[in-house]
Each structure stands twice: as C-alpha cells, then as structure tokens.
Design a protein around this ligand. Structure first.
Ligand code: CTP
Ligand code: ZN
Length: 157
C-alpha cells in the first residue's frame, strides 16, 4: 500500500466537453456501456472499472466526449446504476453535477420478461411502475401482466 500521501494521477483523462458518468457500481460498468450503445459509438470514450471509491468500495466511470444525455437515457442509466452521478463538462469545467433519479414509471424502453405478456404478443408499448420490494430492491411491475422483475431480468428494447 502507498503510505506517502502523494497526490496520484487521475486514473482516467479529463475531457474538454461531454458527460462523465461516475459512481457506477463496478459490476454494471459494461452493462451501462452496452445499454447506451457506447460499444458501437465512434465518439471518444474513456472508461474505467473496479476503481477505488471511498463511498462505494469499487466503482466504474465512463467519460464520453461531446455527448449530453436526454431524460430517457438518464432514466435508463438510473435503472442499471442508481448510485450514478452525471457530470457535464464544458470547456474542461464541471457545469452540472447531479445524481441520477429513478423515474416513477418506465415506458417503452424495457421489455417485459413474461413471454405471455400482451406487450410481447401485440405491438403495444411497454409500461412499468418502479417499485421497491420488501428488501428495498428496485423492481419493475408490468402495467399489463402485473409480473415484477428485478435488475437482473431487465432487458432494454
Ligand atoms: N472530469 C473530467 N474532465 C474534466 C473535469 C472533470 O473528466 N475536464 C471528471 C473528474 O475526473 C471527476 C468528475 O469529472 O471524475 C467530477 O469532477 P470534479 O467535480 O472536478 O471532481 P471531484 O471534486 O473529485 O468530484 P467527486 O469528489 O464528486 O468525485
Ligand atoms: Zn408484462
């Protein structure tokens, strides 16, 4: 362990303009990248995972140049990484920093895992209520078939 409290280098480079998604649960970093289609993007992207964090033990971070997220994408991030902080950077300065918020309802972006659900049979947009189970875990309750699914079952459309 490094005991001489020297300031060490930033683990991931600073960006000029764009968005930083910080405090992602380490295990979900790749899921967030994929969900936002960043694995197919041609933008400049830096990311790190299993980085040390005082608050979260291990965290992931993603920095995307010249990208600013819309509300729908922010809801998606909140579903997979509820602890995430969204930071906007303009000309190297932090211009906005906020925790992502779980929405009350999720429309269209998530698939119902129940194959018999009407949304999987007819062309009906999905709709879920965001609820907490008795363990405080976030769940999505389908408006149509009433089945609930936890984080592991969530599949984005
Ligand atoms: N950041 C960046 N490019 C910049 C400015 C900041 O990538 N031009 C990143 C930093 O690496 C950090 C995050 O944006 O991950 C927040 O920046 P800042 O508020 O300056 O950092 P801290 O004060 O260390 O934030 P915190 O303690 O909340 O992690
Ligand atoms: Zn359903």
């Amino acid at each position: 362990m490094n005991m001489n409290h020297k300031r060490t280098e930033l683990k991931v480079s600073a960006i000029r303009n764009g968005t930083v998604i910080d405090h992602i649960p380490a295990d979900n970093t790749f899921q967030v990248l994929k969900m936002l289609n960043l694995d197919e993007s041609s933008r400049q992207i830096y990311f790190g995972t299993n980085l040390d964090s005082k608050k979260y033990g291990k965290k992931g971070i993603i920095k995307i140049s010249n990208k600013f997220f819309e509300n729908e994408e922010i809801s998606k991030i909140a579903l997979v990484a509820p602890s995430a902080t969204l930071i906007e950077i303009k000309d190297y300065e932090v211009t906005k920093k906020e925790k992502v918020n779980l929405p009350e309802t999720v429309e269209k972006i998530v698939k119902c895992f129940n194959p018999k659900c009407v949304t999987n049979i007819q062309n009906i947009p999905t709709r879920f209520q965001v609820i907490e189970d008795h363990n405080g875990q976030m769940k999505l309750a389908c408006h149509f078939c009433e089945k609930t699914m936890g984080e592991k079952l969530i599949e984005f459309l």
